[in-house]
Structures are given as C-alpha cells and as structure tokens.
Design a protein around this ligand. Structure first.
Ligand SMILES: Nc1ncnc2c1ncn2[C@@H]1O[C@H](COP(=O)(O)OP(=O)(O)OP(=O)(O)O)[C@@H](O)[C@H]1O
Ligand SMILES: [Mg+2]
Length: 592
C-alpha cells in the first residue's frame, strides 16, 4: 500500500499527540485527585478542630460519658461526618454512629494510626486513610487532641471516601473524554494541514509527469514564498530549459535533415554496430530502396563487397576519411566515389558516415572524350593517307599516264571532299556544343522544307528503288526554328533511312501535333537497330556496322548533330526500332 507523505505526517503527529496527551491526562488525573483529597482532608481537619474547640469551651472539665455521646451525635449530624471521642486510654467515649451497647462494645482505638499520630505529634493532629473494618468502607480519618491545659482525649472525624472516589472517577472520565476529543481534533487538524502542505507537491508531481510526456505548456501554478514555491519555480525553470534545448535540437535536426534531403550526393550514416541509422532519399532512390533501411546492415541494401569492406575499415581502422571508387551493378550500373568517415566521440568510434558521389556521368564523358579523340584521328587519317598515297603515285610517274591520272585526281578530290565534310561536321558539332551556334529562330513551315529534302534525296532513292512517301500536310502548324539547321536535321534522317534501307524499301515521312508541339517522324522498313545500340547511336562516331557505314561514306556524326540541333531548339529526338522490321526516328519542335 502506498503511504502518502501527509499520512506519514499525520501518523507522526498522532503518535506525538498520544504521548503528550496521555502524559497530561496522567498528570492532571493525579493532581486533581490529590487536590480533591487534600481539600477534603483539610476540611475534615478544620471540622475536627472545631469540635475540639467546642469541647474545650463547653466542657472545660472532663465531660461525662453520656454527655459526650450526645454532643458527638449532635456534632456528627451537623457536620455530616462520623465523630468519635477517644479517651487517652483508647476507650471510645462517644461516637456519632454508635449508641449504648454498641458504644460499650467498641474496641479500643488507642492504636489507630491517626490517634497515635495526634498523641505523638507536636501539633496534636493526625490523619490517615484506610479501610475501616467497622463499617467495611475506605475511610479518611483526622484526629485532634483536646483538653485545655492538659490533654483529655482525642476527637476523631471520619468520612467515607466513596463519594470522593466517585467524584474522582467522574473527573477522570471527563478528563479522558476531553483528552480523547483533543486527540481527535488535533489529529484531524494535522491531517488537514499536512494535506494542505503536500497538495502542491502532488501538483508538482502531476506537472512533471506531463512535462516528461512532452507537454511543455504545463506550468506549476504555485507561487508561495517557501520551499514548495522554490521547488515549483525550479520545475518551471527546468521545463523551460528542457523545451529550449529540445527546440534547439529539433531545429538543428531539421537543418541537418534539410541539408541531407537537398544533398545531391547520397549519404548513409551508420551506428557503432555498423547498422544503418540514416540514409538520405537521394541514395534510397539511386539504390531503389523503398523501405526505411534503418537497422539493416549495409550489405543487405547494397550488394557490394567493396562498400562493406570500406565500412569495416572505416569503423575499425585509423581515423580519417577514406575514399574509393566503387561500381554498383544494381538497379543500374553506376560508378560512385565513396568517402567513408568514422564518427569519433572521445576517441571511440560511434559509427560512420558514407557519402556516395555519383561519378558515372563523369566517367562516361571521359570515355566519350577518349573515344572521340581516337575516332577523329582515325577518321581524319584514312582520307589523309589516301590523298597522300594517290598524290605520291601521281608524282612518281602516274601523272604521265593520262588515263589513270584523272581517276587518281578524282579520288583525291573525293577524299578531300570527305575530309572537308568531316571537318565541317566537327566544326558544326563543336559550335552547337559550345553554344556558339548563331541560330536564327523564326516561324518555319515544315511542309516545303521536307518537300525540298525529299526532292534532293530522290535520285539516291531511285537508285535503290526506294519509295518515298511524304505525308506532311500543307497546313501543318509552323514551328519556331532555324530553317537551315532544321533542313540539316531532316536531311540527316532521310539520308540515313535511304542509306540503311535495302533495295525496294519504303521511307515514310509524317507528322502529328501534341501538347503544343509538332512531331515529325521518318520511318523505314530497313534492317532496324538492335536494343543495345539504340541508346548509343546518338553518340559521336557511333556506327552499328562500322565497315558498312564507312563504305557508304558515313562518319557517325549525323545523329549526334541531329540530337544537338533539336536540343538547341528545346525539342526532343527519339527512336523506335525493331531489328528486321525497320526504324522510326521522331523529333519534336515547339509550335511558333
Ligand atoms: N534508319 C536507320 N536504319 C538502320 N540503322 C540506322 C538508321 N539510321 C542510323 N542508323 C545507324 O546509326 C548509326 C549512326 O548514324 P549517323 O547518322 O549518326 O551516322 P552515319 O549515318 O553512319 O554517318 P553520317 O550520317 O555522319 O554520314 C549508323 O551508322 C547506322 O548504323
Ligand atoms: Mg547518317
């Protein structure tokens, strides 16, 4: 059972009260009894003295036996006590309650204690309280020696103590009841008072419980100028302080989370056990994690041994950031530069932070640049060495061979054209890429442009017996574009279609309009392009079949130029193809 403070205080009070009140009770009982006794005794003594005086005045001589008994009877009646006159020899000479024969038969009283005391004391008085065998009651006796000049006898007064004892018992009862009432009253008051004192403590306890649950709006409303008031003020102060701290922590947490959320790099925080305690959304998205990975081991979410190795060495190895390039295969192939830093607290490792910096694009660009340099040199070297070879042949005597000399010069011219084309394509590309292209955007109707390109391409098409279907409607909405660049795009696409479609194929050019954009498609029923090449054909110099393409005079720059031009125009270019069935290239341009 719970024993509240106010109950404890009340209990202690009650014990103290009980001890004090019992003491008071015993003391008062005793004192009162003594007081009453003394009063009665002194009254009895005074009465005895009065009887003595009366005897001495009225009977200076020794009164006769009969007279004495009469006087004694009278005196006994008057003062309402038993009066006995005892001779110096102890014989009972008169008694207010005994007569005649009884008196004669009364035993000798000389050795009664009060009589002895009176006879032997200087004052001539004596008293005693004892049980009277004569009348079977507790009695009080006072005795006084009488006789003018010389002692003649002893006057003894006696009183039954029964009445006095009754009074004493009554007094004791009254005293007991009042003490008991005082006890209960004081006990009740102390209960109320201690409750009153401890009630604020209860309020403080309730409030602190609420504060512990996070309700910082609760305040202790006690402002008494005492210890409880001080305690209440400290609790309020503490609550304010905690709220401030929590606010501060949650503010910095929000800041931290915002930084993490907005960070482009992936971040993973690990605890001392090497479990994930936090992962930012970017990393979760990159690793295709939908559930909160909290508490999991990194190996469960990134199936990569290198990452696990790095984590282990970061958590156990020497302090400092470690960096390593790591390839992740799932959900797509990506390359990350991972920095692992241990979190140290007072020399102990409490976890680690891993930052995943995606360098896939960078590595791809590096590769493309490397390939580009290699490709350009290769593409330039072939025509250059051809030109050199034929020129040398001519110089070495072929000039005189009129018939072949002309062929050689034509070859040199063709190769020089090829070189010039290549160089002009490269220049175009670099111009577009560096943003130096001076495009003249204006409203362009596409139907006449396509019509002219189709006418231009009609002779090579006719050579391969290819049917060209121009389905562009005359009333197609005009687009916002540079006429020259768009012509180049359409030419490139139709050129490819004609170039890669076999004998007797069909090339279709058509258009649609969607969401304020104009979409132009060039489709053919040629060989199509395999899935693995589809994403790469827009790269510079990329050709599906290098030998065949080069044979046809291609450099692999056409689609790359197309893509850049369309992007410059704020449009998009895409390709759909099925090997063996054909390809459809589509580009979109904003309406003018
Ligand atoms: N319509 C198509 N059908 C099948 N393959 C195509 C088609 N268009 C392009 N390709 C493939 O895409 C590759 C890249 O085309 P791109 O136009 O960039 O280069 P190219 O035609 O080889 O050279 P260039 O256009 O610079 O003369 C081609 O080599 C070819 O393999
Ligand atoms: Mg081409």
């Amino acid at each position: 059972m719970r024993f509240n403070i106010y109950l404890k205080i009340t209990a202690v009070f009650c014990v103290i009260l009980a001890v004090i009140l019992t003491g008071i009770f015993l003391y008062l009982d005793r004192t009162l009894k003594d007081y009453v006794y003394t009063r009665i005794e002194s009254a009895l003594m005074k009465e005895a003295l009065l009887v003595k005086l009366f005897l001495e005045e009225d009977f200076p001589g020794y009164p006769r036996l009969k007279e004495i008994d009469k006087i004694v009877d009278l005196a006994g009646d008057t003062i309402n006590s038993r009066v006995t006159i005892i001779g110096l020899d102890g014989r009972v000479m008169g008694d207010s309650e005994l007569d005649g024969e009884e008196l004669e038969a009364a035993e000798n009283h000389l050795y009664r204690p009060e009589v002895q005391e009176a006879l032997n004391s200087a004052t001539g008085t004596g008293e005693s309280s004892r049980f009277s065998t004569t009348i079977q009651k507790r009695m009080m006796y006072t005795a006084v020696v009488f006789g003018k000049g010389s002692p003649r006898g002893v006057v003894r007064l006696s009183l039954a103590l029964t009445d006095m004892e009754l009074v004493a018992a009554k007094l004791k009862k009254i005293l007991g009841v009042s003490i008991l009432m005082a006890f209960f009253l004081a006990g009740f008051i102390s209960f109320i008072a201690s409750r009153q004192i401890t009630r604020p403590l209860q309020e403080i306890a309730d409030t602190t419980r609420q504060i512990a649950k996070g309700d910082f709006s609760r305040k202790v409303s006690i402002n008494t100028n005492d210890e409880v008031g001080d305690l209440a003020a400290s609790v309020n102060e503490m609550s304010r302080e905690i709220k401030d701290r929590i606010d501060m922590i949650s503010r910095s947490r929000t800041r931290f989370e915002t930084v993490l959320l907005s960070m482009f790099d992936g971040v993973m925080v690990l605890n001392a056990k090497g479990q994930i305690s936090l992962m930012n959304p970017n990393l979760m998205q990159a690793l295709n994690i939908s559930e909160n990975p909290r508490g999991k081991k990194p190996l469960e979410v990134i199936r990569n041994v290198d990452v696990q190795e790095m984590i282990e060495s970061a958590l156990t190895g020497p302090a400092g950031t470690q960096s390593r390039e790591i390839s992740v295969m799932f959900p797509e192939e990506r390359i990350y530069l991972v920095h692992a830093t241990p979190i140290l607290n007072e020399g102990r490792t409490e976890g680690g932070v891993l930052v995943f910096h995606d360098i896939t694009e960078l590595r791809n660009l590096e590769r493309i640049r490397r390939d580009f340099v290699a490709n350009v040199s290769h593409e330039l070297r072939t025509p250059a060495s051809n030109i050199k070879g034929y020129a040398e042949t001519l110089l070495n005597g072929a000039l005189d061979d009129k018939e072949h000399a002309e062929d050689f010069v034509r070859i040199i011219q063709a190769e020089a054209d090829r070189l010039a084309n290549l160089i002009s394509d490269l220049l175009d590309l670099s111009k577009i890429e560096s943003g130096k292209l001076e495009a003249d955007f204006q409203s362009v109707a596409l139907a006449p442009v396509v019509k002219r390109v189709v006418e231009q391409m009609s002779s090579p098409a006719r050579e391969k017996d290819i049917t060209m279907l121009n389905e562009i409607k005359e009333d197609l909405a005009p687009v916002l574009a540079d006429r020259g660049l768009i012509t180049q795009v359409i030419l490139n696409l139709i050129d490819n279609a004609v170039k890669y479609t076999g004998q007797g194929g069909t090339v279709r050019i058509f258009s649609t309009e969607k969401d304020g954009k104009v979409l132009v498609s060039v489709s053919d029923d040629g060989p199509g392009i395999e899935e693995k090449d589809l994403t790469r054909i827009f790269e510079r110099f990329y050709r599906v079949d290098k030998a065949r393409s080069r044979e046809m005079g291609g450099t692999g720059l056409g689609l790359s130029i197309v893509k850049h031009i369309i992007q410059e125009h704020g449009g998009e270019v895409s390709v759909e193809s099925e090997p063996g069935k054909g390809s459809t290239f589509t580009f979109s341009l904003p309406r003018a």
